[in-house]
Design a protein around this ligand. Structure first.
Ligand code: MN
Length: 212
């Protein structure tokens, strides 16, 4: 069982000026790569987990042996979370979602501006390191929530379709302590077409994180 670092679907400078190329390169080649390397080390020789997908393992973390459980939670969650994060951003993106996702956001949160305000506030108020998410809950309702560290929403039975990394490593080079400026800028790179696809295909758990 071996996981691989997925390629970014764009160049490191594609998200400039909102997210700088240096941050993207370090984030991908060191932070995400580190989660993958550590996850592979943890799972080496653990044949009892080899037949399961990473989503299956993380969604029922209690089934992972004690001695590697916290490590798999951190590094496996890190791999899942970042694999989604890269996909839902892109060059010349931003704006507002249309189609079924746009309709669902308006029906769940009144309008896009209210959704954006709630999501930004959730990202800003996460103390320390973690993520803000737009997910579908077990009843297929859209929910905004936050997780600490590299915990994945799938640990709570939620399917994430949009995530924002608010670890300092995601923004510190350009924004230092100004997390709210990073959050405001990030809306300009959200790839709503991709988030809309994930919304429509949510029951398939589209993933780049299959073991090879
Ligand atoms: Mn990160």
């Amino acid at each position: 069982m071996k996981f691989e670092l997925p390629s970014l679907p764009y160049a490191y400078d594609a998200l400039e000026p909102y997210i700088d190329a240096r941050t993207m390169e370090i984030h991908h080649t060191r932070h995400h790569a580190g989660y993958v390397t550590n996850l592979n080390k943890l799972l080496d020789g653990r044949d009892e987990l080899a037949s399961r997908t990473l989503e299956d393992i993380i969604s029922d973390i209690r089934l992972v042996p004690d001695d590697i459980r916290q490590g798999v939670r951190n590094h496996g969650g890190g791999h899942l979370n970042h694999s989604l994060f890269w996909q839902i951003m892109g060059r010349n993106k931003g704006g507002e979602p249309s189609g079924p996702l746009g309709d669902a956001i308006r029906s769940s949160f009144t309008d896009f501006a209210s959704f954006r305000e709630l999501f930004s506030k959730t990202a800003l108020s996460r103390f320390g390191s973690g993520w803000a998410w737009l997910c579908l809950d077990s009843a297929d309702r859209l929910v905004v929530l936050s997780t600490p560290n590299q915990d994945s929403p799938i640990m709570q039975g939620h399917v994430p379709i949009l995530g924002l990394d608010v670890w300092e490593h995601a923004y510190y080079l350009k924004y230092q302590n100004r997390r709210s400026d990073y959050i405001d800028a990030w809306w300009n790179v959200v790839n709503w077409e991709k988030v809309g696809e994930l919304f429509v295909h949510r029951h398939e758990m589209v993933s780049q994180t299959r073991a090879v």
